[in-house]
Design a protein around this ligand. Structure first.
Ligand code: SIN
Ligand code: CO
Length: 379
């Protein structure tokens, strides 16, 4: 991606300028971020997705009796009529199901892939919305169809209304408000209060959502992965190599149930030794960040006879670091020319004939496995 050229998507800022000035710092309103915007998905196709078991969807209504929230799947007849005001349907992870939506998400790859979460599409009838709230993550709100008024504020008071099935701010104070037309986009940093209300029927908004792991659950996930990898490695280790606790200077005890301090020190050292190698944590992180969401599944494919071009499946998550490749929750060590090739695959999400001509047998065998798993497709 060209990071120093001005982009219409960012209102004429380059990706570098946007990241310096706005990213995680302050909002940006871009008129005609996507000129001649056509919704990447028709309303009926969105409703069809909301009817599917493996797609996460929510229906939010606001009326005299307050806010209501229902979780999908929704049969078409379970959705209110389009002329009925005050409702919105939210469909999560649309990029996993639709190639045009996946392509739209690719325009945001000036942000690390590890930080991009998914593209959600909301459809709202007149006055529909999810209420004033804040999100813990950055978001790009791209108006796909119809009009929506966004009111935003920097407020510190993030107290929520009690006894409401969704997160609604108790005291929302808008500082600015804009009506977005198709193709307009609003970027908001995390925890910025906002309220988007449909102005007229058939309002469709794409939310390009980011993710940022919280330290404690990330730590717990990584420790679990490290423990599993460690246990696997031990299975291959001969018993005679094991280092046992020794206590030749242990005194006799009148209080035999007391835990020996030396045993505690031995245990602490055993745990620290398992974590000392930074590689172990890097691997666990790469596997964690590329783990497909629980609803994602891949259709099995075949390893090609001839390698002309390959492209990652739109559901595949692939990352790399200096020593490894990570793909859909697995990690591989890579170095030299193969590593260069695989990094190109991860960055471009595709390789052409010239790239493939230089691939080693090992690299082709690995890509063959990925084709069989449905993670990669030969063209
Ligand atoms: C919406 O599209 O209505 C909700 C998106 C958001 O506020 O994050
Ligand atoms: Co929001």
């Amino acid at each position: 991606m060209e990071i120093d050229s001005p982009l219409p998507l960012l209102g004429g800022l380059s990706a570098r300028q946007f990241m310096r000035r706005h990213w995680q710092k302050k909002p940006l309103l871009v008129r005609q971020a996507v000129p001649d915007m056509v919704p990447p998905l028709a309303r009926t196709a969105l409703f069809d997705l909301a009817a599917r078991e493996e797609v996460e969807s929510r229906l939010i209504r606001h009326g005299k009796s307050g806010w209501t929230l229902k979780h999908g799947p929704f049969a078409r007849r379970a959705l209110p009529g389009r002329q009925q005001p005050g409702w919105t349907l939210l469909v999560q992870g649309v990029d996993l199901h639709d190639q045009a939506v996946h392509r739209l998400l690719q325009q945001f790859r000036f942000v690390p892939d590890a930080r991009l979460d998914d593209l959600m599409i909301s459809y709202a009838s007149d006055t529909g919305g999810v209420g004033p709230h804040f999100d813990s993550y950055d978001v790009f709100l791209l108006q796909a169809q119809g009009r929506r008024r966004w009111s935003i504020g920097r407020q510190r008071d993030l107290g929520l209304q009690p006894d409401v099935p969704l997160k609604i701010l108790s005291r929302f104070e808008a500082e600015q408000s804009f009506v977005l037309e198709p193709g307009d986009m609003l970027y908001l940093p995390p925890r910025y209060a906002h309220d988007g209300v449909a102005v007229g029927d058939d309002c469709m908004t794409c939310s390009i959502g980011l993710r940022s792991p919280a330290a404690a659950p990330l730590g717990a996930d990584l420790l679990a992965r490290i423990a599993e990898a460690h246990a696997d490695a031990l299975q291959d280790e001969p018993a005679r190599a094991a280092v046992h606790y020794r206590d030749p200077t242990q005194e006799p005890l009148a209080t035999p149930a007391a835990m020996p301090a030396a045993l505690q020190a031995f245990a602490r050292e055993a745990v620290q030794a398992a974590l000392r190698d930074g590689d172990v944590i890097d691997r666990a992180l790469g596997e964690s960040m590329t783990e497909p969401k629980p609803t994602v599944w891949f259709e099995q494919g075949e390893s090609p006879e001839h390698w002309h071009a390959v492209a990652l499946d739109r559901r595949t998550r692939m990352l790399y670091d200096a020593r490894h490749l990570y793909i859909n929750g697995e990690s591989f060590r890579a170095s030299g020319r193969d590593a260069t090739l695989m990094r190109r695959l991860a960055d471009q999400r595709a390789l052409g004939r010239r790239d493939l001509a230089g691939a080693s047998d090992d690299a082709l065998a690995l890509m063959g496995d990925w084709c069989e798993a449905g993670w990669l497709h030969a063209e």
